[in-house]
Design a protein around this ligand. Structure first.
Ligand code: PHB
Length: 396
């Protein structure tokens, strides 16, 4: 499917490098200066995180459309690549976009393991890179870099914010369960840090390979451990299977289930299995701010889908591209000026106000939400202005 046009001015990369899309090799950077800004979108468009990738990409495009379809006064060309949430292919995929396609901005990705390879390529090539979801701590920790920005969260943040609501509900012994990869382990760490600091006890931590959805063995263990609460990190299609299995195992009414992303973008598919679940994230569907009230109908009109945190992160990534490109009036070679503009920017987002910390990870509020009638509804602010510890980040 090389050269297949998608959406507005977009190209999807298939099995071959899409230099073919221009009828030959990509144009040298200088020759392109007067033409389109090339935005590489390296996201999962298939697999358990496919819906997350689609919402990020489409909301990013919506933000750019709201700028008249221009970045720094120049038209925009998207080069899309399905990373399949596969870390084994990630370095090659990122290189295809940065070296092969010479994108001006690299946007990616969702999966923390794939993100690690993108970070490596971004650091080697120096391309302006925006992480619109994956929360792996190294990206804004030991591997932080001036050209790397995260518009989403660190895995630690929403999990850490979840500890207090659990503890304050009088639940003192918790089991943690997740997929066995970076996001799962760092979510466990964030929850554990918060929960044990409050005096809670982690009874057991259970993991299964990503993206497996055979949860039975762990659910049997949870039933016999009989903790006060269960905290999980699952997302996307896997989250739908998990809530169904948790209910089918008879646990939903027996052991309170808490999470971060478990009910995000999946409530329609989850139905009764998610009703009433409490989660903590940097977004709630019914936040009353003006940006959110404008964003939700605009996203639905553009896509026919309901907005969620992934859409909000994609939208804010589009805004970040616009901020960077506007600061240099489209002269994307002036990276220091783009970085300074992003570091100074206060985002007025559907999630509420946020800004980049020195590590380039968002400082933002985290909300406790309850799943009710198809929406993740605001309950309270679980953690205000929460920053990631950003351990080991030294900006070069
Ligand atoms: C991640 O791999 O970092 C990740 C994936 C899906 C989410 C959140 C984090 O919803």
């Amino acid at each position: 499917m090389v050269g297949t046009a998608v959406g507005r001015r977009g190209v999807v990369l298939g099995g071959l490098a899409a230099g073919a899309l221009a009828g030959g090799l990509p144009l040298p950077r200088r020759a392109r200066a007067q033409t389109g800004v090339r935005v590489g979108l390296m996201l999962p468009f298939s697999g358990t995180y496919a819906a997350l990738g689609a919402n990020i990409a489409d909301a990013l495009k919506l933000a750019v459309e709201e700028q008249g379809g221009l970045l720094g006064g120049r038209p925009v060309e998207y080069v899309e690549l399905d990373d399949e949430s596969d870390p084994a292919k990630a370095a090659q995929n990122a290189s295809r976009l940065v070296v092969g396609e010479e994108v001006d901005f690299l946007v990616g990705t969702v999966h923390s393991g794939v993100q690690m390879a993108i970070v490596q390529v971004a650091r080697e090539e120096g391309v302006m890179t925006f992480m619109p979801n994956a929360g792996i701590k190294e990206a804004t920790g030991t591997l932080c870099a001036p050209n790397l920005f995260r518009t989403s969260f660190s895995n630690w943040q929403p999990a850490n914010a979840c500890a207090r609501p659990v503890f304050e509900a009088g639940l003192k012994r918790a089991v943690v369960m997740s997929w066995d990869y970076g996001a799962g382990h760092e979510s466990a760490e964030g929850f554990r840090d918060g929960f044990t600091a409050l005096g809670g006890e982690i009874v057991s931590e259970l993991f299964l390979p990503f993206p497996d959805v055979e949860f039975q063995a762990q659910l049997t263990q949870i039933a016999s451990l009989s903790p006060d609460a269960v905290f999980v990190f699952f997302a996307g299609a896997g989250a739908v299977k998990f809530t169904a299995d948790y209910m089918a195992a008879g646990l939903k009414d027996r052991i309170p289930l808490y999470s971060t992303f478990l009910t995000e973008g999946t409530l329609v598919a989850q139905g009764a299995s998610a009703e009433g679940l409490l989660t903590t994230l940097h977004y709630a569907d019914d936040l009353p701010n003006a940006k959110n009230q404008a964003f939700r109908p605009a996203f639905e009109a553009a896509t026919g889908r309901i907005a969620d945190v992934y859409a909000v992160q994609g939208y804010d990534t589009g805004v970040a591209l616009a901020v960077a490109a506007a600061a240099v009036e489209g002269d994307l070679d002036d990276q220091p000026a783009m970085i300074a503009a992003l570091e100074a920017h206060e985002f007025d987002s559907p999630r509420g106000a946020w800004r980049f910390a020195a590590s380039h990870n968002p400082v933002q509020d985290f909300y406790l939400r309850r799943a009710e009638g198809g929406l993740n509804r605001f309950v309270s602010v679980a953690a205000e202005d929460l920053a990631d510890p950003a351990t080991g980040c030294e900006m070069g």
